[in-house]
Design a protein around this ligand. Sequence first.
Ligand code: NAD
Length: 256
Amino acid sequence: MGKLDGRVVIVTGAARGQGEQEARLFRAEGARVVVADVLDDLGEALAKEIGALYVHLDVGTEDGWREAVGLVKEAYGRVDGLVNNAGILRFNALVDTPLDEFMQVVQVNQVGCFLGMKAVAPEMADGGTIVNTASYTALTGMAAVGTYAATKHAVLGLTRVAALELAGRRIRVNAICPGAIDTAMSNPARLDPGADPEEMSRALDQLYRGLVPLGRVGQPEEVARLALFLTSDDSSYITGQPFVIDGGWLAGVSVV
Ligand code: NAD
């Protein structure tokens, strides 16, 4: 028996990184998984490997969502779960951030999460689940990622409101707040065929040793296990909450 037997779950941004690990784990737990992304080659290859459905979806577009939900209903006849995982990060000081860049991040991280819930919730079976991927920076500030932090704070607001509005249909809505996770977003060497991502991982561990109480960067598989908890009945009485997964980073500052 898998924890998600018979459930149909859409994971956005699932071609790589945390979304990929969520798709893999959900499939292993018996879900019929929809891999949604703009990276068609990677997404299609993953879907083929794990026996999932791939749909091209730019989460920032309403037409894209309408089409994707239509394809999912056509293929599986229902939808029980959504993980709004797609996201992008840009580094800039607030005063140096061009408006275009600000709006680009808003469009994917914030509008994408809003449109996902708007498109999927009305089609979702009662008792479904939504997991929104926020961030450590949804709960605190971090210099040079102001745009990103603003969108992730917004994701938490959307999560709480959706939890209230959808509770009548027993649809639970929660948010994941990862700290530093070893994916292409934190470890760009993963995208460079000439680079050694493991070397970069060791450098990241070194960097976070001084910042994070558990002394290392997190792994996408660890985030996937939290997403599974929030998508399965193991979290049946939990809704409207942010779940921090950051190796203790947000716990406070150690002076010894
Ligand atoms: P990643 O860059 O490896 O994966 C992001 C995925 O989102 C990619 O597959 C990408 O193609 C997809 N994507 C981007 N724009 C899209 C769009 N418009 N429509 C559909 N898909 C799109 O990084 P990741 O770490 O796996 O990121 C997953 C989520 O976790 C993101 O929401 C990110 O903000 C969040 N997060 C990451 C970290 C970290 O340190 N890696 C920390 C906190 C939160």
